[in-house]
Design a protein around this ligand. Structure first.
Ligand SMILES: Nc1ncnc2c1ncn2[C@@H]1O[C@H](COP(=O)(O)OP(=O)(O)O)[C@@H](O)[C@H]1O
Ligand SMILES: [Mg+2]
Length: 366
């Protein structure tokens, strides 16, 4: 295994060449410059906190997406190595496939399969929103697919992986609108036996589980919370936090809860669907979303249970089991809208800690 810097273990040559059918390789900068027409603006597919993503074509004709780091820093390099290391470990139909990476000087690039339908965000509110391509069956496929991808990370990967940034811009869509969970720059490996990792808060406001936003307690159940927000967003076409008058903010959960309690579930549905949806599936998705987005992490289902409920295989959970007297406020009370945050400025820079529920110790595992 080749090691780079502070945390940085990339999937190194030894593992790549010793593993039959390794699905990634190391690219040269020259190769990626040629593939993307020298990172031409016209090739740009999107942008995130890490940098820009460009469409490209390799000499064999295959289409790729290349994420290029904006400005080198130790922190960004760490994010790069985390993403490469974690994506290099996993393979699942609902996770974005890593094609490889490139490290030359201060250049850091990650190469993926190209996803022709870009991100879920682009269909809900971005460049494809007006086209109305997201009909109800596609939304159900996306809900189930992204759920399968997260369930794989939580229950089948070893060690377990938490994503920590589940949101609409990180769910990519292939040519059949199958979901691919992407952007593993904030992901964490959870050592066997640990219930959670106490860490710096990263992620996106509106999707952060309260215990994580407040105490930095990251566990699978934080992803479950974010997934609940994503489900509400997917069926309503509403953003996770909306701005009301006089600077008041309202989370999507605060908006949807009373509608659910009053039996007005239909009012949650995206008007763009023009009433074309499956009522039974809608009931299921809304209930599951509300279970996932409960304030108390121990009340949230795990992703296997989530999938069973979404597929209608589990007894549908009644609203009575969903918290009604939320003592802790959802994020809209304390957070800005839609900011990407890394809480290092407001939070002391402490080393990650792993807890097994009884004791807390310094993290030596990344
Ligand atoms: N493989 C891909 N195919 C098509 N578009 C992509 C791909 N990867 C990323 N994008 C686009 O680029 C955006 C940013 O990518 P992401 O990996 O989330 O970067 P960041 O880590 O900077 O947030 C995505 O929201 C999406 O619109
Ligand atoms: Mg992103």
């Amino acid at each position: 295994m080749t090691c780079f810097g502070a945390c940085g273990c990339y999937p190194g040559k030894r593992r790549g060449s010793s593993r039959r059918g390794a699905h990634w390789r190391i690219f040269t900068l020259k190769e990626l410059q040629a593939a993307t027409n020298n990172f031409n603006y016209d090739n740009k597919l999107g942008e995130g906190g890490f940098g820009s993503v460009y469409w490209g074509q390799l000499w064999d004709g295959s289409q790729i997406a290349v994420k290029r780091l904006k400005v080198w820093s130790t922190k960004a390099d760490m994010e790069f190595s985390v993403e490469v290391e974690i994506l290099g470990r996993v393979r699942h139909k609902n996770l974005l496939c890593l094609r490889g990476y490139c490290v030359e000087g201060q250049e850091r690039l990650i190469v993926y399969d190209y996803m022709p339908n870009l991100s879920l965000l682009s269909h809900l509110y971005g460049q494809f929103a007006a086209e109305g391509l997201l009909d109800w069956p596609k939304r159900m496929t996306i809900a189930l697919g992204s759920g399968e991808g997260i369930a794989y990370l939580h229950h089948l990967a070893t060690p377990r992986i938490i994503h920590r940034d589940i949101k609409a811009s990180n769910i990519l869509l292939d040519s059949d609108f199958e979901a691919r969970v992407a952007d593993f720059g904030f992901a964490k490996l959870i050592p066997d036996g640990a219930t959670h990792v106490t860490t710096r808060v990263k992620g996106t406001l509106g999707y952060l589980a309260p215990e994580y936003a407040m105490w930095g307690k990251a566990s699978e159940s934080c992803d479950v919370y974010s997934f609940g927000i994503l489900l509400l967003e997917l069926i309503s076409g509403k953003k996770p936090i909306e701005k009301l008058e006089h600077g008041v903010k309202r989370s999507i959960v605060e908006w949807a809860s009373p509608l659910l309690v009053e039996g007005k579930v239909k009012e949650i549905v995206d008007p763009k669907l023009k009433g074309m949806y499956d009522e039974e599936e809608l009931q299921r998705v809304v209930h599951v979303a509300m279970l996932c987005a409960q304030i108390a992490p121990e009340k949230r289902p795990n992703m296997v249970e989530v999938l069973e409920m979404l597929k209608g295989k589990a007894r549908n959970v009644e609203m009575s089991s969903v918290e009604k007297d939320d003592k802790v406020q959802h994020e809209s009370e304390c957070a800005g809208v839609g900011d990407e945050i890394s809480n290092e400025k407001t939070r002391p820079a402490v080393g990650d800690e792993i807890s097994n529920g009884n004791e807390t110790m310094q993290n030596s595992v990344n």
